[in-house]
Design a protein around this ligand. Structure first.
Ligand code: GDP
Length: 193
């Protein structure tokens, strides 16, 4: 897809602020620093529409990006902040549960994990959560440029096994540096558009 138009719509603090246009949306979930902002920027060929290295403390905002006035990317706040308090984490969980269970325009979740390492307990929990609510998802393994090609199968198998993925089709190996996987991601999204 040629992206000719991309804009940040809102950092929504409460569901009342989620757009009511009815346009389809794709959520990006994953740990802080996994590469979500870089992923968005790479897909839309922008250097910095999505702010990279977003800081903790904004654990409860959903960032809406409108693409080609056609659909949204929704950057879901990252989990795995060591310093977040229990109360904040509980609020984050509530927000996410409400979002995943009530947002009828949410079509697919891209669950981002770091290709370099085995998935964390948080990654696995998030996958189970998405599965439980029966939302279609694909795991996007980021930063593959950091791993030698000869090791890709091994890393992919570890992720598939740890996350109990039905097949390798549920995993896209990605890099914001090289653009690896970008076409696959677009193909996936275009099925819905
Ligand atoms: P976010 O917190 O999930 O939005 O993560 P960012 O997009 O801000 O990325 C966190 C850090 O990882 C930044 O320093 C990025 O430059 C780096 N990064 C993100 N994606 C990639 C990638 O595919 N390859 C490499 N080598 N670095 C990446």
């Amino acid at each position: 897809m040629q992206v000719h138009d991309a804009e940040i719509i809102i950092s929504a603090v409460s569901p009342k602020q989620y757009p009511d246009t009815g346009l389809p949306e794709f959520a990006l979930a994953g740990r802080s620093n996994v590469g979500k902002s870089s992923f968005i920027n790479k897909l839309i060929n922008r250097k910095a529409l999505a702010r990279t290295s977003s800081k903790p403390g904004k654990t409860q905002t959903l960032n809406y990006y409108l693409i080609n006035k056609m659909f949204y990317f929704v950057d879901v706040p990252g989990y795995g902040y060591a310093k977040v308090s229990k109360t904040e984490r509980a609020k984050w969980g509530e927000m996410l549960e409400t979002y995943f269970t009530t947002r009828t325009t949410l079509l697919h979740v891209l669950l981002m994990v770091d290709f370099r390492h085995p998935p964390t307990a948080d990654d696995i929990q998030m996958k189970e959560f998405i599965d439980y609510y029966d939302i279609p998802y694909t795991v996007v393994a980021t930063k593959c440029d950091k791993i030698k090609r000869g090791k890709w199968n091994q890393h992919a198998s570890i992720i598939k096994k740890a996350m109990n993925l039905p097949s390798m089709d549920s995993l896209i190996i990605f890099s914001s540096e090289t653009g690896e996987g970008k076409e696959k991601v677009w193909k996936l999204l275009e099925q819905y558009l």
